[in-house]
Design a protein around this ligand. Structure first.
Ligand code: GLU
Length: 286
């Protein structure tokens, strides 16, 4: 349940790996309108740029420009994830202290081969789950491989983690009260080999740091929330509410993505569309 002492606080959290399209506009307006519904509500912006191979400052600048053109106002300063890598490293250390994380040296290929060998491979919403190769390594071998300089990610032993937290619940404003099912994502990666953190860890910590009371985002990330709820419990963080919104589709019913260049804000602006027209196209007529 929301903490009534805190003003409703929402955020829009784009990754600067491309230009914004209508789907992002929908998400941003969904978020800002939720904050504005309440007197004193706060709308924040977060730039999710931990993936330095895919994210570029030029795209961040374009996102800010597009959002301002749309008429959105967010509280300053914005939060940029690449400025907070220390914070995520510290969160990771705290999680390691629970004994629930294990290093994973697997390559994508190792994982595919193991899945192909297995008689039955459990699947989650995003495909086959990690088959647990490195969970079975044993501390000594894992330590040896790390000492030998093998690149490694950190995964969570999700079954053990669920035993430790016990049952957890969360509230989605569209779907009601839900029981957390973090096992759906299997032993998820919490720190990638290349960047030392992950979407799941960074988002969970940031939502707490930014005192978000209502996490709004597309339903493509619905399953991730189960894991975030578990991480909040392990890290002793406040629990917000969530509202996952539907995704905009093109005329063929295909979900909008960056490849839909014709529906990028840049293209719409070039065609002479006004901010009010674009807001209406994104499902929020004035
Ligand atoms: N950065 C994510 C995206 O652009 C959104 C993450 C979130 O809202 O939790 O899809």
């Amino acid at each position: 349940m929301p903490d009534s002492a805190r003003p409703e606080t929402t955020r829009f959290a784009p990754s600067p790996s491309g230009r914004l399209h209508l789907g992002h506009v929908h998400s941003a307006l969904f978020s800002t309108r939720a904050a504005r519904r309440e007197a004193g509500g706060r709308f924040l912006l977060r730039i999710e740029d931990i993936d330095s191979a895919r994210c570029w400052p030029e795209f961040e600048a374009a996102i800010l420009e597009d959002l301002a053109w749309l008429g959105l106002e967010w509280e300053q300063p914005l939060r940029r994830q690449s400025d907070h890598l220390d914070d995520y490293a510290e969160g990771l250390e705290r999680l390691k202290e629970t004994g629930l994380l294990y290093p994973c040296c697997c390559t994508r290929r190792d994982i595919q081969e193991e899945i192909a060998r297995a008689a039955a491979a459990p699947h989650g919403p995003d495909g086959p789950l990690y088959p647990g190769i490195c969970r079975r390594l044993g501390e000594e071998e894992a330590a040896e491989r790390i000492a030998a300089g093998e690149a490694h990610a950190w995964r969570i032993d999700i079954e053990e983690a669920q035993r430790q937290t016990g049952p957890l619940t969360w509230h989605d404003r569209g779907r009601g009260d839900l029981t957390a099912e973090p096992g759906l994502l299997g032993d998820a990666v919490l720190a990638r080999k290349d960047i030392g953190t992950s979407y799941h860890l960074a988002v969970t910590l940031d939502d707490a740091r930014q005192e978000i009371t209502l996490v709004t985002r597309g339903e493509d990330l619905f399953h991730a929330t189960h894991l975030h709820r578990l991480l909040q419990d392990l890290l002793d963080l406040p629990v917000p509410e969530w509202h996952h919104h539907g995704l905009l589709a093109d005329e063929q019913g295909q979900r909008l993505a960056k490849r839909h260049d014709a529906l990028s804000l840049a293209a719409l602006r070039e065609q002479g569309r006004s901010p009010a027209e674009v807001r209406a196209m994104a499902g929020f007529p004035d």
